[in-house]
Design a protein around this ligand. Structure first.
Ligand SMILES: Cc1ncc(COP(=O)(O)O)c(C=O)c1O
Length: 415
């Protein structure tokens, strides 16, 4: 495979990733394998906390922690004051939408491929505040229909436009730069869920033209579980939007009945942090920038394409990804088989994949007419031979499970 990485570079990147010797990790859309510099940053800080005390360790590392905001801003092409750190992408997302002063009858415009938890949160807003949720149509080839999106923005004047860059349950990449251009003509708050794209696709908030962008750090960014961040545009900050449950880090309590929110995205943060994880995230973003966002995206697409081509050769296997552009979330289903059993058999063979079910993506799965999918998500440090091994083992697993199903059917007939 012709990628912008030499074999030697990939070898070095793999040597730096201890998990590569243990497993064939094709679940980077769940949580990627952490490289050594990230593990070291976390472990060193935990040890420091153990030696000098947690608050004191954070004080010692104050300047390094500040740099986290600088590297994150560099990654997104914004300023450090636009970044708030959180515990995960959902935490980022709920802080953002809690800042929007929804009133009865306000409209949220979204797509048919938005993330499950975002959709549940909108339905909760429907229940509590009487907001209305509208969905833009999909284009025939998959992904949101841009004309319909534009028309619905004119028609409904939504208070919030919510787009998920890459849904959790398919390889679709929404055309977010085009969406950013459309949004510039409308007066709406625009939130982009970049949970699956951060670390996979280069992100530039100037081009994306979003007001909020939510991220988790354990997936394609290769950080530890337990950190996320939220980008907040100057437009939103200048409007004075603040999270509903602002805490003592986000605001000053100045009189018995008065608090004053702080300037900048810090008003979206909590006082308490897992500083070891934040330092791991700083190492992860530095690592990502050093490896090279464009090169990563290039290699990830090649690996994903290779995976789809190999899977497509398996009889009875149905690839499910659909859209103008696809990424390294590769989903498929196999009629007649059980998803959990496939995953478990692969796990026995040290191959990591995950399952998705209809309730993860009701609209998408119903449209595709499927109950479940297996999701495979190689990252740049994965290699072709791992994909080949996965496909080989998958074929063995399909044969094994199909023969069990046939035997079970025969026994049932006899009984
Ligand atoms: C598209 C998308 N958005 C949001 C999330 C939620 O992320 P987190 O688990 O970090 O809250 C996920 C998790 O898989 C996701 O795939």
């Amino acid at each position: 495979m012709n990628t912008t990485f030499s074999d030697q570079e990939i070898k070095e990147l793999r040597d730096e990733t201890p998990g590569c010797t243990e497993v064939n990790h094709l679940n980077n859309a769940g949580a990627a394998l952490m490289p050594k510099p990230i593990l070291d940053a976390i472990q060193q800080h935990i040890e420091l906390e153990g030696r000098v005390g947690g608050y004191e360790a954070a004080d010692i590392k104050k300047e390094v922690i500040k740099e986290l905001y600088t590297v994150t801003a560099k990654m997104l092409n914004c300023k450090p004051h636009n970044i708030a750190y959180t515990a995960n992408a959902t935490d980022s997302y709920t802080r953002a939408i809690s800042a929007i002063p929804f009133e009865r009858g306000d409209i949220i415009l979204t797509t048919n491929d938005d993330f499950i938890s975002n959709q549940i949160q909108f339905l909760s807003l429907v229940k509590r505040f009487g907001v209305i949720v509208k969905h833009a149509k999909n284009a025939p080839g998959g992904g949101v229909d841009l004309e319909d999106l534009d028309a619905q923005l004119y028609q409904w004047k939504p208070k919030l436009l919510a787009i998920t860059h890459i849904p959790t349950n398919s390889g679709l990449v929404q055309p977010v730069e085009e969406i950013g251009k459309i949004v510039s003509k409308h007066d709406t708050i625009y939130i982009l869920d970049a949970c699956q794209s951060a670390g996979q696709i280069p992100l530039d908030v100037e081009k994306l033209n979003c007001d909020f962008l939510s991220v988790t750090c354990r997936k394609f960014l290769r950080g530890a579980r337990g950190t996320g961040f939220l980008y907040i545009s100057d437009k939103v900050l200048d409007k004075g939007l603040e999270p509903l449950f602002i805490d003592m880090r986000g605001a000053d309590w100045v009189a018995k009945d008065q608090y004053v929110p702080r300037d900048g995205a810090i008003r979206f943060e909590d006082w308490e942090f897992a500083y070891a994880l934040l330092l791991g995230t700083k190492a992860a973003i530095e690592y990502y920038l050093a490896v090279g966002p464009e090169r990563i995206w290039n290699r990830v697409q090649l690996l994903a394409d290779y995976t789809r081509k190999q899977l497509d050769k398996i009889p009875n296997l149905r690839l499910l990804d659909k859209g103008p552009q696809l990424c390294s979330l590769i989903t498929f289903t196999i009629p007649g088989l059980n998803a959990e059993q496939i995953k478990a058999e692969l796990f026995k063979r040290k191959i990591n994949v995950v399952t998705s079910y209809r309730n993860f993506a009701v609209i998408d799965f119903d449209e595709k007419g499927v109950e479940w999918a297996i999701r495979v998500s190689p990252h740049y440090y994965n290699i072709e031979s791992e994909i080949d091994l996965f496909v080989f083992e998958l074929i063995q697993v399909i044969q094994l499970l199909s023969s069990r199903t046939t035997t079970d059917n025969k026994l049932q007939t006899v009984n």
